[in-house]
Design a protein around this ligand. Structure first.
Ligand code: KG4
Ligand code: ZN
Length: 340
């Protein structure tokens, strides 16, 4: 198995490259495009792809330099194959293919969600399966039953918006910047989480699925009722009430999943896992339920290439030149490991 791995992640708006020695991170670089998308209040796919094109080579070079590793020492190249924005993914996969092909190295296509789970396998203090993993990001919200390093069982997922998407859209309604999650969290610190009643969807529904679009609509209606000046006045209360409803829905489902299974450990992944009140609520739940909680550093919760390199260790590499016709996939069925 390959030892020194170069990993590339470009599924959304961050250009990321990392070098790993097995489960050890030698470098993990993220070039955020947030400033480029801020004016639009969200990620513009075409803008993201163009920025990846400019940033991919320099970010890879910087990751190698920081790791103190030459390209000639790399044993395999991994890249996110999907799901994500197709134009953005294609830049990462093409960069990885070009680097790998130049040295006849194997290519390892990685599923982005498996990457979020695999962030927990990294040193120091890796978490061994089995564990229950809650992934909440800008594009996904799901509960995964992780029983080995290679895959996961989907226990529940959002039926509409992702939790991070709800943060981003609500932030926009409240006149806060992009990305919305950190901005809402900061604003909520000054607010009262009980000031406004917000719907906690799916709470009475027996399954493990999530829904966040009703919550976003509730924020929209409150904003309309209050008018621009009222929103400005009550922004902190609105942010706090919205955030509390997201945290409550996520923890309610997590608790339900814990009760349904025999899980002894819980892990969080995805950008929303950077949310302070969510981390605190999940910590309290795990303590109450007597299960171990693994919280990776925030830099490994949000999109990064180290998590892609971590997942790649458990994917069968595609040998040169079989991957030359390999494509990225935007959503749906994973084609990771299956060149076409
Ligand atoms: O995993 P990620 O970096 O990218 C995707 O795969 O989507 O997640 C980004 C999402 C964004 O929606 C962002 O607003 C949210 O994670 N996020 C947060 C926080 N930090 C990032 N949401 C709530 N609280 C935060 N502190
Ligand atoms: Zn992600």
């Amino acid at each position: 198995m390959a030892n020194l791995l170069l990993a590339i992640e470009t599924s959304c708006d961050d250009t990321c490259a990392a070098v790993l020695d097995g489960p050890r991170i030698l470098s993990n670089l993220i070039s955020s495009q947030a400033a480029a998308h801020e004016g639009f209040g969200g990620v513009v796919p075409e803008v993201a792809a163009r920025h990846h094109l400019e940033l991919a080579a320099p970010v890879v070079e910087a990751a190698l330099r920081e790791a103190g590793v030459g390209l000639d020492e790399i044993d395999a190249v991994a890249a996110t194959a999907g799901p994500g924005l197709i134009g953005a993914l294609l830049v990462g996969i093409s960069t990885a293919k070009a680097i790998a092909a130049a040295r006849r190295l194997p290519l390892i296509p990685v599923d982005h969600l498996q990457g979020h789970i695999a962030a927990n396998f990294l040193e120091p203090d890796p978490l061994e399966p089995p564990f229950l993993c809650l992934i909440a990001s800008g594009g996904h919200t799901l509960l995964a039953g992780v029983r080995d390093h290679e895959g996961y069982e989907l226990l529940g997922q959002t039926l509409d918006d992702a939790a991070g998407e709800a943060f981003d859209k609500s932030a926009r309604l409240l006149g806060l910047g992009y990305p919305g999650g950190p901005a809402v969290q900061r604003e909520a610190e000054q607010g009262d989480p009980e000031a406004f009643e917000m719907p906690v969807a799916m709470a009475r529904n027996p399954g493990l699925d999530f829904s966040f679009s009703g919550l976003k609509t509730a924020v929209l209606y409150r904003c309309r009722e209050l008018g621009p000046e009222g929103v400005q006045e009550r922004r902190a209360d609105l942010a706090a009430s919205f955030q509390a409803a997201v945290v409550q829905q996520l923890t309610t489902k997590l608790k339900r999943a814990l009760k349904q299974g025999d899980w002894e450990a819980v892990a969080l992944g995805g950008g929303v896992a950077a949310n302070g009140p969510l981390r605190e609520a999940v910590a309290a739940l795990c303590e109450e339920q007597g299960v171990r909680l693994k919280l990776v550093p925030i830099s490994l919760c949000t999109d990064n290439a180290a998590m892609i390199g971590s997942a790649a260790r458990f994917v069968v590499p595609v040998p040169y030149p079989d991957y030359l016709g390999y494509d990225a996939f935007a959503s749906g069925e994973t084609s990771a490991g299956v060149p076409h």
